[in-house]
Ligand binder design. Sequence first.
Ligand code: GLC
Length: 562
Amino acid sequence: MDGVNVVLDGKKKETDVAKDILGLTNVSSINDYDLSKLIGKPRLNIERKISFDDRSLSELSIGLIRGLDTYESIYSPLDSPTRSSAADDSFEPHPIVADAWEALRRSLVYFRGQPVGTIAAYDHASEEVLNYDQVFVRDFVPSALAFLMNGEPDIVKNFLLKTLQLQGWEKKIDRFKLGEGAMPASFKVLHHPVRKTDTIVADFGESAIGRVAPVDSGFWWIILLRAYTKSTGDLSLAETAECQKGMRLILTLCLSEGFDTFPTLLCADGCSMIDRRMGIYGYPIEIQALFFMALRCALVMMKQDEEGQEFIERIEKRLHALSYHMRSYFWIDFQQLNDIYRYKTEEYSHTAVNKFNVIPDSIPEWVFDFMPTRGGYFVGNVSPARMDFRWFALGNCVAILSSLASHEQACAIMDLIEGRWEELVGEMPMKICYPAIENHEWRIVTGCDPKNTRWSYHNGGSWPVLLWMVTAASIKTGRPQIARRAIDIAESRLGKDGWPEYYDGKLGRYIGKQARKNQTWSIAGYLVAKMMLEDPSNLGMISLEQDKQMKHVFKRCSSWTC
Ligand code: GLC
């Protein structure tokens, strides 16, 4: 109980904090949050009616007594900068850091004098602006983290409130009304030069190429609200009626009952960072991991009033089912691949081993070579008779950060990244997915998309923005040396190359064919990676600890430990 006493004293020893953050403490210590105890029971057993402020405090102590990390972890302002011994070795400010900050500030977008976001790319040389002059919700996340880490939370608050207002708009595509909770993919501020007024136009998919639905936007919004709360210790924003309603509306969209037989979220193609047809329709890992993380973030921010309580219960049930499903059916390693390879088909009833009737002949050749003896990952998609074995970086990193991945799985993912370094990182961290699809498959799957040719853009291109995610994942798993190696590679080119949006080629050696320069999330992603490695306590705003109950649902533990 040492750790608990230290926290109850109001402060944790710096060394303990660094150890926690680097994952060096025993995972079954106070950081475990036992969901099983919560399901079917009121979260609190407090007789008097308490205000939310009171609740935060009482729940903090109750949580700690019960061994939970809820409020301590979610709401405490981040501890003062602590340097981990692992990161201590060679941190030197690189000359491009100052340039990156300057470029990030140049990308700021103002509404009536207040900064409300960052433009996707500040690239005047590019012939076609398309929508790169807009503030994208997903693109703003690394910018927001950079500002939070730098002690500038106001812009993040402005962004959260502005996008919340946009959520309140009536959204229509042709004659079809979109769900109330939908968050925009992006928005743009129009400055009227004569009248000197600012107005906003937002895109919920009705202007986007292919009319794709930004399913990830709402999840990122919730995740960012928690990051803001965690980094500032300011509960008042998340507690407002507006934010509570915004969360409830997003959750209504994804927790509604329907015909589903799985707890995963069914999506159309192009619903996330990959916003073009790329064969990710169904149950894409990126959305499932973000869904899981957003549910966990909402769980701790949702007020326990009448409306909130109902959502809390639904969230808990969904988390329980979702983690079981993902850890059991999306996970693949050498052992699991071998099992699938030997699967029988046409099995009926509950006793079926091959639950989704995956036909072994459909396993692509490349995966047999790619799969290391040590390591594993969450596959891209699972649905009836379909396993998309492709590796997707964002989904796997978010699975680590949200603790959707068990401790063993998180380590296995990092083992895979190390073991398949050339394929996944190569000369620019890191590949959005692996491998690329080509020839006939490319024709069928992408609809002959000329922007997504093999090893380019979303089809096996290398995206510098993913650097912050792999950095966060490696710090969380206690392996910051992986982050250091990736940052060194990125640092040697990014500034020189003008902060491209993506790189092409099997090794990610060439600046992308149609890549924008001065792509904001490439810039911000680099800064966030640097700041996290320098001060690992920054990780707390974007990471959630392991949940004890979820450990029990992990069925297939690999034979090795990490
Ligand atoms: C591209 C990317 C998308 C990003 C947008 C703005 O459409 O695929 O993920 O949000 O550009 O940078």
